[in-house]
Design a protein around this ligand. Structure first.
Ligand code: ADP
Ligand code: MG
Length: 697
């Protein structure tokens, strides 16, 4: 491998490259645009575009694209080449400032949730200079926002940028109260840990369910799953290790700070975590990471599964959204310091987050809702569907003392003794781990753990930024009027912690008792996507999003619609795939198996052996019974699929697919999985869980 320091960012038009390649005035203007959102004038845009093109061509690029993130959840790109006829039968390579700044993709096929009438096919992409351009696959990629003709956001980037601005504005107000006039900007930072599965492509290609839906719709439990916990952090197999090395290298070239890699809990499951960056860039980078993960896997004859639950009965994949707030002067506002109980500013920000999470539990739940993630949340392997917070013993004791008005002495960080003098003693962390909490304070950041592995991290961060901005806004408004600031803060913090203490829970989030306790505390428990989504268009949600200019009411409704539609379409595709697999191949396998048994029985009978109590007869009866049951359940699924077609309202369709179709699918799966345990592998048409999960040797 070439030197990491040399390859890192080699395909990114980053600050260093800009400085090197742009005239001084153009560089300065661009920095102003990046840092303060100042518009660029046309001439300078032309100069910058030209420099970008020259740089990209040196890296082998022939095309450029406005790279954007429509509501599909994946990224979109339409490539244009740089070529321009020179009038003499040849071409020159050109790229103008106009092409850099604005694009007009014919975007009528992207989901808009009714925001863009089909006759108005035009969508606009606008350059987001806060995320650097890069070269991927011989194409100069320009991160852009995507909106409709009348300016409504049609993507996942626009509201994210708006939410970052909202939080910036309110946090700066609060910091002014503490005399931090030097702070010009407050940014949110995110480090998303990404889980994924790697399987051999040969296995993948034999499973239509994986191909069409990203998850297995059938599969009996393998004899060995994750019981022994021997995969977690285990030695990485050579084939996987080669993959991870190449993945790191590809990500580094794109300036992505890939840092940690390890095996996860389930067989064939792994994780990658980057060093955190600003939320906007972290979001772009996570989208790129998921894309590159798949591309590199193919090169190694493997397939990368990003679905939240590729295998039933085996841990699914999530994404931990580590989130914090920092100033442009480099201060992490969620850093408690050595004496957190004396750190009023920290306590105020902490209180804002606690209040936000409690008041907008439902929105946080909505932000992680999808058909895929429904399989994980509340299924004892991922946080429950109930949103609560873990803040660790130390902070909990501080919160308690504030509420009770008792004295608190900050604990000196204990040294941990390991009991041997060869290992140096280490300081104990203030927060111990609580893996079952959806929203945990981990030292100097919050870790939102309910995200699914496949979705963009944009949604959860839009909500997090907006709801915290809302609380900071309220705090600032109250405190700006105060005569005695210290007293006012003390009063506010005590009042709000008392009011929102119920959201703090340090116990086991997987337990049945917690479900009951949470209900007593009045916390919401929105079990499925369909249960959760209506909260997105509640009056409370409309109020907070419009107040901070993050999403208009219309934009909210469009997103609500798109998500409901996505939900039932996913279930629909799964149901149709299941139907085809059973009707064609699994039924046939069941018949083949019965035929073999019947043949054996006939042959036995011909020799005069008594067959009444034979194993073959017993198996034949079992298989025959299961096949009849399977057929009944298949018919039920098919007739319900037909019934679903009569519904027209998006919500009704989503609800029907959850309550009826999904339930039918589970019933059908149950018989098929039982049948699989009987039928010999040479007759069963699909690779088993064991074969898939242990396919990468
Ligand atoms: P663990 O698996 O123990 O949760 P990891 O090291 O895998 O820890 O991931 C921690 C993540 O938190 C990393 O992506 C890291 O960059 C991120 N992180 C650390 N500090 C911050 C911060 N101030 N803001 C946002 N993310 C952070
Ligand atoms: Mg983590």
């Amino acid at each position: 491998m070439s030197k990491v320091t040399e390859i890192f960012g080699s395909k990114v038009f980053n600050d260093e490259t800009m400085k090197e390649r742009l005239p001084k005035d153009a560089y300065k203007a661009l920095r102003h645009t990046i840092e303060e959102g100042k518009p660029l004038d046309r001439d300078l845009a032309n100069v910058i575009a030209h420099a970008m093109k020259e740089w990209a061509i040196e890296l082998g690029a022939t095309h450029f694209t406005h790279w954007f993130q429509p509501m599909t959840g994946v990224t979109a790109e339409k490539h244009d080449s740089f070529i321009q006829p020179d009038g003499n039968g040849k071409v020159i390579m050109t790229f103008s400032g106009k092409e850099l700044v604005k694009g007009e993709p014919d975007a009528s096929s992207f989901p808009s949730g009714g925001l863009r009438a089909t006759f108005e096919a035009r969508g606009y992409t606008a350059w987001d200079p806060t995320s650097p351009v890069f070269v991927k696959d011989d194409t100069l990629c320009i991160p852009t926002a995507f909106c409709s003709y009348s300016g409504e956001a049609l993507d996942k980037k626009t509201p994210l940028l708006r939410s970052m601005e909202a939080l910036d504005k309110q946090a700066v107000r609060v910091l002014k109260l503490f005399g931090h006039d030097d702070v010009k900007r407050v940014i949110t930072t995110v480090g998303p840990e990404q889980e994924y599965f790697l399987i051999d492509s040969e296995m993948f290609n034999k499973r239509p369910d994986l191909i069409y839906t990203g998850r297995t719709l059938f599969g009996a439990k393998p004899p060995k799953g994750q019981e022994l916990d021997d995969h977690y952090f285990g030695t990485i197999k050579p084939r996987v290790s080669a993959y991870m090395k190449e993945l790191d290298e590809e990500l580094w070239k794109l300036g992505i700070l890939a840092k940690t890699k390890h095996n996860e809990v389930a067989p064939a499951q792994h994780e990658l975590a980057p060093i955190f960056s600003t939320t906007n860039i972290a979001t772009d980078h996570n989208q790129l990471t998921m894309e590159i993960m798949k591309v590199v896997a193919k090169r190694h004859g493997m397939t990368c599964l990003l679905h939240e639950k590729p295998f039933a009965g085996v841990n699914g994949s999530g994404k931990h959204n580590n989130w914090s707030i920092s100033t442009d002067t480099g201060v992490n506002l969620l850093e408690p310091g050595a004496t957190p109980s004396q750190n009023t500013q920290f306590l105020l920000f902490l209180t804002a987050v606690i209040k936000a999470v409690d008041e907008y539990q439902d929105l946080l739940r909505v932000s992680v809702a999808s058909a895929g993630n429904d399989h994980r949340l509340g299924a004892n392997e991922a946080p429950p569907a109930i949103i609560s917070m873990f803040i660790g013993d130390e902070l909990e004791a501080i919160v308690e003392s504030i509420i009770e008005g008792t004295d608190y002495t900050d604990v000196k960080k204990k040294k941990m003794s390991i009991g041997t003098s060869v290992v140096p003693s280490i300081s104990q962390d203030t927060t111990d781990r609580n893996r079952t909490s959806p929203f945990a304070f981990t030292g100097n950041k919050f870790e939102f753990r309910s995200l699914g592995s496949a979705a963009s991290i944009s949604g959860p961060n839009i909500i997090l930024n907006t709801i915290v901005a809302e609380e900071l806004d309220k705090f600032a408004t109250e405190l700006e009027k105060a005569k005695d600031l210290d007293k006012a803060i003390e009063k506010l913090v005590k009042r709000e912690l008392t009011a929102h203490k119920r959201i703090i829970f340090n116990g086991n989030g997987y337990s049945e008792e917690w479900v009951k306790e949470a209900e007593k505390r009045g916390l919401t428990n929105l079990k499925s996507t369909v249960d959760a989504l209506p909260a997105f268009v509640s009056q409370k949600a409309i109020d907070v999003f419009t107040k901070h200019s993050v999403l208009t009411e219309q934009e909210l409704y469009s997103r609500y619609d798109i998500q409901l539609e996505n939900y039932y379409k996913v279930i629909d595709i799964e149901a149709l795939t299941m139907d085809a697999m059973v009707k064609k191949n699994i039924m046939a396998a069941a018949s083949d198996y019965q035929y073999t048994l019947a043949e054996t029985l006939n042959a036995k009978a011909a020799t005069g052996i008594k067959i009444d109590s034979s194993v073959e007869k017993k198996r034949l009866e079992q298989a025959s019974e299961l096949t009849v049951k399977m057929d009944e359940r298949l018919e039920k699924l098919e007739s319900d699929i037909e019934k679903g077609k009569e519904l027209t309202e998006t919500y009704d369709l989503a609800k029907f697919h959850h309550d009826v179709i999904f339930a039918d699918m589970n019933e059908l799966r149950e018989v098929v999985d039982e049948l699989e345990t009987l039928v010999p592998s040479d007759i069963w048409p699909y690779p088993t869980y064991g074969e898939i999960l242990y396919s990468v040797k």
